[in-house]
Design a protein. Structure first.
Length: 349
């Protein structure tokens, strides 16, 4: 398309020319009504609110400057019920506090997305930015944040990262590969994996790494040894009990997180088995509880606090107007060998 005075290409200058009053004229409402919508205040009908939001999106209106003082970074968690979340919060808080700001935590209580009224509430609060931890935001929610110049960063996103939303994660595939390779090098061949939900990108990557290690060693992946469970102690225990009841049980179990691995410990103890003499166990995350387990747990260290810190640094930079240098940042995982893994008993592999 050729740029001419009669047919200019849309660009930043065209967007900057769109004012709140212009949106109001197009919507057939007053500027205060538009202001209510863009600031998340009540008192506007659903139809009018949606019409204004559509016009804001269509014309690319954005707040001319970052809103207000912006002293809060809002962090969305699918669930705040584990040490995993605490480690991420620790990393975020370290960065945010150093800038004289505070962290606001939103617990979605197991839901994949925030409740419908959240977007209006967050616009009214006007945070410096939002970090979504394993949380899904709708296209409408993302557009409304962007139109108010509130940056959004995804941390450990559930699915394939949206290229429009900068994200932070870890090398989960390599972590799965390293954990399984460690067990193979010890001599194990009956290696089970208790994975988390396959709706989570991190769990799919860990499973893929596990399969890749088996394939490289020429060990067939037995479907009977691949199990899925919630990422909690109960999930690991339930699936490990089923695995250990097989006619030919595994000699080692790789769990998708440390909580599941603790459940594997419990299942082994209930059957009178000893870790690692009768069953080797590898976890994932390296939460503080891993070194307190009996025996101390071999696990894959995921740099959770650093992931939180990087996400916070990205949201701070975006709030200051800097464009992201990388849309996807992956931090390295590393195997931490402790006392829960050993060679299989003689005659078993």
């Amino acid at each position: 398309m050729t740029r001419t005075p009669e047919n200019p290409l849309p660009g930043p200058s065209a967007r900057q020319a769109v004012t709140l009053a212009h949106i109001a004229r197009l919507a057939g409402v007053s500027p205060p009504t538009v202001s209510k919508v863009i600031n998340g205040h009540p008192g506007v009908s659903t139809d009018t609110r949606r019409r204004i939001e559509d016009l804001v999106r269509e014309h690319g209106w954005r707040r001319p400057e970052p809103a207000g003082a912006g002293v809060v970074v809002e962090v969305l968690f699918q669930s705040l019920d584990s040490l995993w979340a605490l480690e991420i919060i620790r990393g975020i808080d370290e960065v945010v506090q150093a800038r004289g700001m505070v962290v606001a935590l939103i617990d979605m209580r197991g839901r994949r997305s925030p409740h419908s009224g959240w977007i209006d509430q967050v616009l009214a609060r006007r945070p410096a930015g939002v970090i979504a931890v394993s949380a899904d935001l709708s296209e409408r929610q993302r557009v409304r944040l962007a139109s108010r110049s509130i940056p959004l960063i995804a941390l450990d996103p559930r699915g394939e990262p949206d290229h429009r939303v900068p994200s932070v994660g870890a090398t989960n595939w390599n972590g799965g590969l390293t954990a399984t390779r460690h067990l193979l090098e010890l001599g194990h061949r009956r290696i089970a994996m208790v994975n988390g939900p396959d709706t989570l990108m991190c769990c799919r990557a860990r499973m893929d790494g596990h399969r890749a290690a088996l394939d490289a060693a020429g060990v067939p992946a037995d479907p009977e040894l691949l199990r899925t469970a919630p990422l909690y102690v109960e999930g690991g225990r339930t699936q490990a009990e089923a695995l250990l009841a097989l006619p030919d049980p595994p000699t080692a179990v790789f769990a998708a997180n440390d909580l599941q691995a603790l459940g594997v410990y419990q299942a082994a103890h209930r059957r009178g088995l000893r870790v690692p003499d009768d069953l080797s166990v590898v976890g994932f995350d390296d939460l503080p509880l891993a070194q307190w387990a009996d025996p101390p747990m071999t696990t894959v260290r995921q740099p959770l606090a650093r992931m939180g810190a990087v996400a916070a640094e990205m949201v701070m930079a975006a709030a200051a107007g800097a464009a992201p240098t990388d849309h996807r940042t992956e931090l390295a995982t590393a195997l931490v060998v402790r006392a829960s893994t050993a060679a299989p008993r003689e005659g078993r592999s």
